[in-house]
Design a protein. Structure first.
Lengths: 667, 667
């Protein structure tokens, strides 16, 4: 997708490509319809000056935030005016590409009401939310309590005399802290609080609390609310008003407790409903599928920038050729960059698979079949953890691969990192999620003789064989076999899990022993998830990939699998499944893959189809015209408004003229 | 060093410490005198409101920069007023803790004149520079050329008719781009340019070019100069005016070429001097020693914050104890955090060793003994590369270890990262530096039968034995032996180097074959450097560490060595030196080390002696009073200046009232 208007400096690169670019674009978009919607929405945003990201890194927080309100309002207006569908609207907001209060309103507030509200409550709140007559946020985390939701301190005490809950923040640590959209935009908060009826603590429940006047937007009486302050990066997440919130005995009607799973009656009785709690799992799978696709998108943006720039950038020569070499020619550059390119493709494929997983879960939930849920829960938790961590690190790696210029915001990379990296923390801290996976693996193994493991854990049913049979690769090309690769990842994961399970089984089963082994447990969870990623990438390729792109996808799939194997060689070797020599052979095969990627590299990132507007990067421009745009860009810097800088008279001249003590010096 | 004034929430932690805190502080400072200077300068800065960092993340670029000029001027004034020594002045600027133009003036401009100027030139320029009557920067990098200095395009063409050089920027890519202090502050630039006399190109030489008027600071005629724009992070490196510079046939006197190593005579003859070029190596070792110490300091700041906060932060419970557990109790937290603590100590020790290396080099240079230079060059290049990469990643890891709150600038960590991470790129891209180490290793190995390797490469003389004898550890405590550890790191490094050398030896010795093997070469360079780090940490401990801290340092040393061993297990295993079982034993020993660190953790970071002012972190406060300070901090956010946010009328009200199309809406 070309926004430039001059020469294409990368035309030579593009001419080398050996696959059907258009087919790849459609594949990556997830289908023809999705491709068309994406293209349309991307252009809509790119062509609308209100959505420009130009100044983002140069605005002070107030202006940045105000401009983000402007964009969010304009996006909403565009959606209504053009009568966009829900999918189109979502895409449009995606391409606007900055965190804002509507993310939480649509992504957390509304789904929570849908999931936890009774039909009556949905009927009351959803129409208001759908037309944005109220703006909601999701207020769970507190200053002193995050991961451990059961530790939240905010109280909702029922007062039967008035049929109200009294919302209260008893301590500093009970202050709600972090909710996006809370700080300045929301009129309502979905508050998680400790439900107390008749002095009895019923644990954490959800409440809808009005927090700002619908008349004039002032905070309601006894509500203290505001923004928690500046976060990592220039623009980054600073377009979002992550907020704090304190209640000083604020009363809300009893009906504002979301009552699908439990009710408080007028006379203060607490009654659990008989609705299965598992129903919420569907939403969770949906959200995590989105996270994995997002990981692919973010990583692909960074990779697009780094690949294009590496094809433009030249350093050092070689006796055989005139001029300097493109840095993409260097093996070290390839060995850091191409695996990330392959990873972006892998996560896309796995995201597609998760879509089908979601459909499967929804069907089963409908049929009251909860049998696969533990496996699905572990699998999606693990994939969230791995893909977000790898993507965050991958963006930074791409930035470093761009040398000095990557450090400029004009490269687009610092912003991308700052906006993405909290994904490692929210929706579940990545370490804690892996510990959940580990618990699932232990449980599965402990029952393996009785219960046949399902889905992504099915291989554990095969543990005996996987534990004894070693890798048979004796020549490089033996590795070019997906079953050989799959078995390697299965054996490694099964062995790591079995080893730590065995150690735990020898003990008393105490929590302290579990704790003691958590580093190994986390490693084994990671191994399990890496297997899922490799296997699902392979699986996706084997099911009807169009001819014109199959070969490239295979190369990327091998690249991904080999680089995972090599990066984790310590694990593979320690389990005894492979030898050092087999790893060395895989390294050679990986280099052959690099040779196959090299001529296609630029086209493979073109296939992600990011507009120049969306990338926002002078280094990643489609036309490769990097240097003129970096240079032009500098003239927008505010410090260049005057040739002599503001501060010269006060702070530089006195230094230069040794007049530091003169009365006119205001130092 | 306590700045707080209330309760010490970490008193319990401190009471557990088992070592002599004061002795550790002195050790880490590098001696009693250094300790006293550091303490004095840190307090001087902390107590001076001009140096406050409070608002840094909230200022728009212009204000941020102006305030940084103010601080730099004030620091200079303080130095002069108080008659501070050079060492004291350096420390003072260190504690002011923001990148600014004086860094380049003192750190690059002046040393370059000293190193490359004739005595006459030094006599002319240095007095001006010392009193800051001129401000200089170091202008090497161009828009299109960085790492490959020989590719620079700026020309300095000698015109014998006027006895001048004509400085010229012939292309966009020849624009000087990045030099710190160039954008807005400098009056002079040390410019690297292609020297041309009589149409002959003599390659890259250094010139002093005046760029701004000493009268009114306006750019001189035909000089285009400015700031290159916003960089990663809020404050971060944005206090620095990294600049661009173009010359349009600007004339400077012939004497402005730095002529220590080569001269251009009045009639345009180019004459090399007979001064040994190696003399510059001393300065390089000095700079890199500083980089390693800096790595330790930066990492220790992040670790201080993460350790203290991990002792304050509580999540989840355990049946055996009431309340939630401190997250520092969790093994996963320890396994990510304590190795970084040990690394900060390791780098300090290695930095001290490099000081003695510097002294040795200077002595040898004086005696015209250049024999150790290749080894010293490789060693210091590698240490720069490894320590900066590990430190940058380590800061981010510490940030993630703080969960959500780490993402707030109030944690101090985002700023720390943004200001530090370019160290991976400047003073030599880290990958390119490792390739230099690799070339040295190859050369050393190729000559090993004839030339005895020296210094940090001496172990390669022992390569036969290291290649055949495997690790003898059979029980966990066998690892608790520094010679066993040293041999492991030596064997692994020697074997990796030998393996790649062997493969290259089989080939034709072409550059293409070298290229093909660069990924393995980089790995072997890394192995060599990790050995140096482990061995020098051990060596430093064995030479007169005070009794009261020896045990703790030993624990940290083992922690460091074991975690290096485990993180690189793939390499150790692949070389066949260790077995999976031996690695597993090391993992157990590492956990024992964690148990020994745990009660000392807070005291071990206290020993770094960072003031609250210097840390600038609500999470890392000495008194552990995290939550009240996070909460208070939020009220300084500009968005909280009004309860109803600026933008409500224009952009929120129309959304909430479905009045998006009403004429008063300015969307
Ligand atoms: C940008 C951003 C947006 C957010 N938006 C929202 C929002 O809209 N609404 C909302 O309610 N919240 C929001 N949050 C908060 C977020 O959900 C929490 O920060 C997140 O859940 C992590 O919890 P924590 O901060 O308490 O981390 P902690 O749990 O305190 O983590 C600190 C450290 O302790 C470790 N740790 C904790 N428990 C254990 C354990 N049992 N075992 C081993 N290690 C452990 C962690 O691994 C981590 O290293 C947001 C956060 C951010 C950064
Ligand atoms: C904050 C900051 C401050 C700076 N201050 C100054 C200053 O004061 N004065 C000054 O002159 N400059 C300064 N610089 C510039 C800095 O010195 C260069 O950015 C640095 O030397 C890296 O060079 P580069 O940007 O050309 O990277 P490149 O060399 O273009 O690197 C891009 C990629 O190519 C790879 N690559 C390049 N060559 C090879 C090879 N032969 N083999 C394998 N891989 C290769 C690199 O590993 C990297 O991944 C500064 C830069 C920054 C970020």
């Amino acid at each position: 997708m070309q926004d430039g208007n001059g020469l294409d400096h990368l035309a030579g690169e593009r001419a080398m490509a050996q696959f059907d670019l258009q087919a790849m674009k459609v594949y990556l978009a997830g289908g023809q319809r999705e491709y068309e919607i994406s293209t349309k929405m991307a252009q809509l945003v790119a062509n609308d000056p209100v959505f420009s990201k130009e100044d983002r890194v140069r605005l002070a927080r107030k202006d940045l935030y105000k401009n983000s309100l402007r964009k969010a309002g304009h996006a909403w207006k565009t959606i209504l005016e053009k009568g966009l569908s829900e999918v189109e609207g979502l895409k449009l907001r995606h391409f606007v590409d900055e965190p804002t209060y509507t993310d939480l309103h649509w992504g957390m507030f509304i789904p929570a009401i849908k999931g936890q509200g009774t039909e009556e409550q949905q009927h009351k709140w959803l129409p208001l939310a759908y037309k944005m007559a109220i703006i909601g946020c999701y207020a769970q985390t507190e200053l002193g309590h995050g991961s451990n939701v059961q530790g939240l301190e905010t109280t909702a005490t029922f007062d039967p005399t008035t049929d109200e809950f009294i919302m209260h923040s008893p301590t500093v640590t009970s202050t709600k802290w972090w909710p996006g959209g809370l700080g300045k935009a929301s009129t309502h908060a979905l508050v998680y609080a400790r439900l107390i009826t008749d002095k009895k603590d019923h644990g954490i429940h959800a409440f809808i609390a009005p927090i700002r006047s619908l008349e004039d937007h002032t905070p309601l009486p006894n509500v203290t609310v505001g923004d928690i302050g500046v976060k990592f990066g220039n623009g980054g997440y600073n377009t979002m008003d992550n907020g704090f919130l304190r209640f000083d005995h604020v009363r809300i009607p009893r009906e504002n407790m979301l009552m699908r799973l439990a009710t408080v009656t007028k006379d203060g009785k607490y009654v659990r409903s008989n609705k299965p709690r598992q129903l919420g799992y569907g939403a969770m799978v949906f959200v995590r599928q989105g996270i994995v696709i997002d990981a692919s998108i973010y990583l692909s943006r960074a990779v697009t920038i780094a690949v294009r720039y590496s094809a433009v950038r030249r350093q050092f020569g070689n006796k055989d050729e005139p001029g300097e070499l493109q840095v993409i020619q260097y093996r070290t550059q390839q060995s850091r960059l191409f695996p990330l390119l392959a990873t972006a493709y892998a996560y896309r494929a796995v995201g597609f698979w998760m879509k089908s997983l979601y459909a499967d879960v929804m069907k089963r939930l409908n049929d009251n079949d909860f049998s696969t849920l533990p496996e699905v829960h572990a699998c999606t938790a693990g994939l969230k953890s791995i893909t977000t961590s790898v993507t965050a690190d991958g963006i930074e790696e791409c930035r470093k691969l761009c040398g000095g210029h990557g450090f400029l915001c004009a490269s687009g990379l610092p912003e991308l990192y700052a906006a993405y990296v909290p994904a490692c923390t929210y929706e579940g801290d990545n370490t804690i999620l892996l510990l959940q996976v580990a618990r699932f693996l232990l449980k599965t193994l402990s029952q393996v003789s009785k219960v046949r493991p399902v889905g992504t854990a099915a291989y554990l049913g095969n543990i005996k064989q996987l534990s004894t049979q070693n890798c048979k690769v004796s020549q490089g090309h033996d590795w070019l076999n997906t079953s050989v690769l799959l078995e390697a990842f299965e054996a490694r994961s099964a062995r790591q899990a079995a080893a730590v399970a065995l150690r735990l089984a020898k003990g008393s089963g105490s929590e302290a022993e579990f704790q003691e082994n958590t580093p190994e447990l986390v490693e084994s969870a990671r191994a399990h998830c890496q297997l899922i990623l490799v296997s699902k990438f392979i699986e996706q390729l084997q099911t009807g990939t169009p001819e014109g792109i199959r070969k490239q996808l295979e190369v990327l799939c091998y690249t991904y699998a080999f680089s995972q194997l090599i990066d984790n060689a310590g694990d593979f070797l320690a389990t005894g499944y492979v030898t050092g020599n087999q790893i060395a052979l895989a390294k050679e095969e990986l280099k052959h893959m690099f040779d196959k990627i090299r001529p296609n590299a630029v086209a493979l990132v073109d296939a992600f189809d990011h507009t120049d507007d969306y990338l926002g990067s002078a280094l990643g421009r489609y036309d490769g015209d990097v240097y003129t745009h970096l240079y032009k860009g500098a003239f927008k810097e505010s410090l260049n408004d005057t040739v002599v800088v503001d501060g010269y008279e006060e702070y530089l001249k006195p230094v230069l003229t040794q007049n530091l003590w003169a009365p006119h010096s205001k130092l």
